[in-house]
Design a protein around this ligand. Structure first.
Ligand code: TMP
Ligand code: ASP
Length: 236
């Protein structure tokens, strides 16, 4: 299928229509933002890494029975996916303390949790993606009770699969953000992307950061970190 008109341009991706209204083509950019778009930059090759890694992980999750939007990789930057209506929730799973968790609760980074945590934020840049719980999400009619339960169940299952997979590559899956969408028949599927933009990856031996925190925190070696994660997944 070919790209038709541009439907939407986000911070890291463009979405194009296709000749079939049930499918869209996602095109990954090298643009990077942080802090609700306040910090802007370019990470050379990021679009390729995120597209390829996300597609690989979506297919791995499908094999484990988790439905996703993935259909077919068109080339290194472009992927055909099922068109979904995005549920406006950012679903965050954490295995180890870091980032906003460490800041909010005044703890150091690197505490390994006995059980993973889940939290939601309202996907709304103008409001700075405020945290909310499932009652708030229901009150705001962002999703139904059944959808929220399904999303929680799927998110923890994604964590079980990915945590084990990344550990086999010598990488700790510290935390990550997922987004879900509704197909036209209402089925909830995993959507958006799973990449160094949306996950924290630490080297299992050295705890070196191999993700977008290198950009957010001006640590340098940003491109190298993305390349290293591509290397761990594809051996290239
Ligand atoms: P946080 O610790 O800043 O709340 O981030 C938790 C995880 O969510 C981390 O892996 C990065 C990811 N994330 C996004 O994908 N998009 C965002 O806008 C934010 C703030 C975090
Ligand atoms: N997606 C966020 C933004 O620019 C940045 C982040 O991942 O921290 O708003």
């Amino acid at each position: 299928m070919e790209k038709k008109e541009l439907l939407y341009e986000g911070k890291a991706k463009k979405v194009f229509a296709t000749e079939d209204e049930n499918y869209v083509i996602v095109s990954y950019k090298d643009d990077a933002t942080a802090f609700d778009g306040l910090k802007k930059g370019t990470i050379l090759g990021k679009g390729v890494v995120n597209n390829r890694m996300s597609n690989y992980l979506m297919q791995l999750l499908e094999k484990h029975g988790i439905p996703t939007h993935f259909v077919e990789e068109i080339d290194y930057r472009d992927t055909l996916v099922k068109k979904v209506q995005i549920v406006p929730l950012e679903v965050i799973i954490r295995n180890i303390s870091a980032g906003s968790f460490a800041k909010h609760y005044g703890v150091e980074e690197g505490i390994v949790f006995d059980e993973p945590t889940i939290e939601f934020s309202y996907k709304n840049d103008d409001l700075h993606d405020p945290l909310l719980n499932s009652y708030h999400a229901l009150a705001l009619k962002l999703a139904t009770k059944e959808e929220i339960n399904r999303i929680k169940e799927m998110a923890f299952e994604v964590n079980r699969v990915l945590k084990e997979y990344f550990l086999s590559l010598g990488v700790k899956l510290v935390d990550f953000k997922l987004e879900f969408g509704r197909l036209s028949d209402g089925t909830i599927v995993l959507a958006d992307e799973i990449s160094p933009d949306t996950c924290r990856f630490w080297d299992a031996k050295t705890n070196e950061k191999l993700d977008k925190d290198r950009f957010r925190r001006d640590l340098g070696g940003v491109e190298d970190a993305y390349r290293e994660m591509l290397h761990r997944v594809f051996g290239e």
